[in-house]
Design a protein around this ligand. Sequence first.
Ligand SMILES: [Zn+2]
Length: 277
Amino acid sequence: MRPSAINLLSALVLLSASASPPQDVLHADEVRFIVANAEFTLLHEMGHLLIAELELPVLGREEDAADQLGFISLYLSNGHQRNAGFYAKLLDVADYWRLEWQRPKPDNEEVHAWDSHGLDAQRFYNLACLIYGSDPDVLEWVPEITGLPVERALYCDQEYAQVRRALAWVEQHHGRAPGTPIQHRLQVLYDPPGPRLENGPRLLEQIRSTGVVEAIAARASETYQLPRDVVLRLTNCGASDAWYDRTGGELVLCYESLAHFQTLARQLPRLRQAMPD
Ligand SMILES: [Zn+2]
């Protein structure tokens, strides 16, 4: 885990401990889940940003490509540290989709077969496959605890290698040459949280103090030769959501998504109890 993520973890623990009754204090696993999924959501939207701004060729569904770019960016942003905490964080990202898959939803939140996104279950298995495929010799336990069938698991190392190669291609063709000036950047903006967001001002203050969002924006500005300045905005949307607006050049993460991650994080013990030993 990077220092910024540790800061966010500490901040969220303090936030929860100071702003909520004791029964609402977040467990460390829940905090890790919230941080991991906030990062993955930003990096998935960064995938859409790169596809749009760099005019990347996309063969297949863009939403799948954005998940792949988000996953590999999260994976590589961790440096070479491959410990239990790192794999727990990756599993949190897959498990978010398992929890969404299992969550009873109103019809307007249901993902349908005609949607541009894969079904929640498919996104779960896709991510589980990439995690396992990143190092099958070490991660033999991943198919077992995720339920990834052997028929898919057999080729996950090839799926991971394909995604890694795709990112290398993007960096080779659109990367900023070392030593050359940064011409265009992602600028981070925070809107004031709305009155209906529980603990909104404190949550905003704590998140800003970690620098996680700025780190993602800075890394993108430094890595890629962007054709124009773009904005990464945290704002109120009225519902959990995130998107990249290619017309306005604005990546949005809704404060409500952070609250939604927190709600789902409370399901983690139930989810993991159900896992085989
Ligand atoms: Zn998307």
